[in-house]
Each structure stands twice: as structure tokens, then as C-alpha cells.
Design a protein around this ligand. Structure first.
Ligand code: NAG
Ligand code: NAG
Ligand code: NAG
Length: 271
């Protein structure tokens, strides 16, 4: 058997591989649902001089982060895919908003303005958690698009994504790729007894008996419950919950898709 490669052939192969990886880097099922132009029309003010996260959250880092979670925005019909991505962008907007009622372009045009929680009430260390022990001197306040918080989230997020979340939590607000990856990790990962936000938005959530007793029916309101229900759900008229809905309505319109039912969690019990 005479199988021989010329060195030029080997170099050509490596070069072609390099080229295909380069163009792959931007391609993700999500980039076909949200173009850079649409992304920029959603986040009109993220790079405003007044925003502490100015120039941090780029379209490219978002798309690159999506490649780590190939099922995100890639399950179900085109409508389902658009609705999931719109819901994700709306939730991270409320987590990072710099908007106010009379803000230019309205309160829902100011998502992705912050990358770190401004006046943390605590260091978000649950010291009774033995599995993810806090590292001395580190705090686990909200950071990144989903405002990842608590040692029991930084630990497993870092383990899944390849950084030391307990010793080096700051990387979530210093590296925009990791920042978006932590938000997607939270969105995609089921943390029992909660379902994943992803499964709720693609229609794969199956309510348990406890969920039925707690009014936890599928919809955007249930995603709010997963993210911050302890503070916002079961409180008719809660302004934070209503702002999450405000972002989602604006984005769903920009994606040209309906929001689906059950937008609020006003009558749901938190998990
Ligand atoms: C802290 O962790 C313990 C054990 O994991 C848990 O029972 C408790 O609810 C947690 N407290 C908070 C505030 O998260
Ligand atoms: C993050 O960036 C800030 C300021 O840019 C710097 O002071 C800090 O040391 C950085 N932290 C890490 C973990 O890279
Ligand atoms: C479920 O929702 C109804 C109103 O639709 C409310 O009266 C009831 O208290 C809710 N149950 C729980 C457990 O929150």
C-alpha cells in the first residue's frame, strides 16, 4: 500500500481546515435567527458612555458562546427558535438594564448596560454548601448577562465551562465570551427541582404534581420564576417581573413572533 503525503499536501489540508474553522467561528444556528443588525436594534444603548459594560457585550462573543450550547435556539420550529432567543435576550436585559421609565427609546432599549451588580447586599456565599466551598476573599455577586450569583452557581458553571468559578469569579465580568457562556449555562442547565429555561421555552417542560399545585404552567412567566422567582413571583404587579415582560414584548415584535401565553408569574409559587 503506497499511501504518501507530500508536505505541500499536508500544509494545504491544515490551511483548509484553518479556513473552515475560521468561518465556522461565526456560524451558529443562532446567527440565522438573530443577525448582527437585529442584535444591534435590540440593544440600542449597550455601548452608551453611561453604561459600565460599554463595548463589553459584543455580537461576536454572544454567537461564539452559543456554539458551546448547540441546542440553544436550535430546537423546534423557526417560531419556537425565535421565541426562545427573544426570551433569553429579554431576561438578560432585565438582569443588566440601565433603562428608566423616560429613557431615550423607552425603558426596554437599555439591556446589557451593566456587567456587575452595583451595590451587592452580601458576598453571596452560602457557607453551608459543602460541595462548592467559597474561596477566602472572593465574592459571588451578580456578574455577566444573567448576573450569575452564589457560590453554588459559580462552582458548577466554572466546572462546566472550564474556569475556576470559586477562585476566579471575576473572570465572568472580564471575559465577554465566558460571560455569555455563563448566561447560556444557566439557561440550558436543569437544576432540580427547577426545569431548564430552555426546556420551558421549547415546550419540553413537564409539570410535576408540585408544579401544578404551585400554578407553574409553561410560558415566559415560568422562566422568570426559574431565574428570580424567590423575589419576584407570587406578587401581583411586581415591577421587576413586569419589566421582564416589557423587554420580551418589545423583542418578540422585533423578531416578528408572538410571545406565547402565561407571561407573568404573579400567581405562581416560587420553587
Ligand atoms: C444554602 O445551602 C443549603 C444547603 O445546600 C440550603 O439548604 C439553603 O437553602 C441555602 N441557602 C440559600 C440562602 O441559598
Ligand atoms: C478584571 O478586570 C479588572 C479591571 O479591568 C482588574 O482589576 C481585575 O484584576 C481583573 N480580574 C481578573 C480576574 O482578571
Ligand atoms: C393559583 O392561581 C390562582 C389564581 O389564578 C390563585 O387564586 C391561587 O392562589 C394560586 N395558587 C398558588 C399556590 O399560588
Amino acid at each position: 500500500m503506497a499511501l504518501s503525503f507530500s508536505s505541500e499536501g499536508v500544509f494545504l489540508c491544515i490551511f483548509l481546515l484553518y479556513l473552515s474553522l475560521g468561518s465556522e467561528a461565526r456560524r451558529s444556528p443562532v446567527s440565522s435567527v438573530v443577525s448582527e443588525e437585529l442584535f444591534n436594534s435590540i440593544f440600542l444603548h449597550k455601548d452608551n458612555a453611561a453604561c459600565p459594560a460599554k463595548n463589553f457585550y459584543t455580537y461576536d462573543s454572544f454567537i461564539m458562546a452559543c456554539r458551546r450550547f448547540p441546542q440553544f435556539g436550535a430546537r423546534g420550529s423557526l417560531i419556537t427558535r425565535k421565541r426562545e432567543v427573544a426570551a433569553f435576550l429579554a431576561q438578560i436585559s432585565q438582569e443588566t438594564t440601565g433603562g428608566w421609565a423616560t429613557a431615550p427609546d423607552g425603558p426596554y432599549a437599555w439591556g446589557l448596560c451593566f456587567k456587575e451588580e452595583v451595590s451587592p447586599q452580601s458576598d453571596y456565599c452560602n457557607s453551608t454548601n459543602q460541595q462548592w466551598p467559597c474561596y477566602p476573599g472572593k465574592t459571588y455577586k451578580g456578574r455577566g448577562p444573567i448576573q450569575l450569583s452564589w457560590n453554588y452557581n459559580y462552582g458548577p458553571a466554572g466546572e462546566a465551562l472550564g474556569f475556576d468559578g470559586l477562585r476566579n469569579p471575576d473572570v465572568v465580568s472580564n471575559n465577554s465570551l465566558i460571560a455569555f457562556q455563563t448566561a447560556l449555562w444557566f439557561w440550558m442547565t436543569e437544576q432540580k427541582p427547577k426545569p431548564s429555561c430552555h426546556n420551558v421555552m421549547i415546550g419540553k417542560y413537564v409539570a410535576t404534581e408540585a408544579d401544578i399545585a404551585a400554578n407553574r404552567t409553561a410560558g415566559y412567566g415560568l422562566v422568570t420564576n426559574i431565574i428570580n422567582g424567590g423575589l419576584e413571583c407570587g406578587i401581583p404587579g411586581d415591577s421587576r417581573m413586569n419589566n421582564r415582560i416589557g423587554f420580551f414584548k418589545r423583542y418578540a415584535a422585533l423578531f416578528n413572533v408572538d410571545t406565547g401565553p402565561n407571561l407573568d408569574c404573579a400567581y405562581q409559587k416560587p420553587f
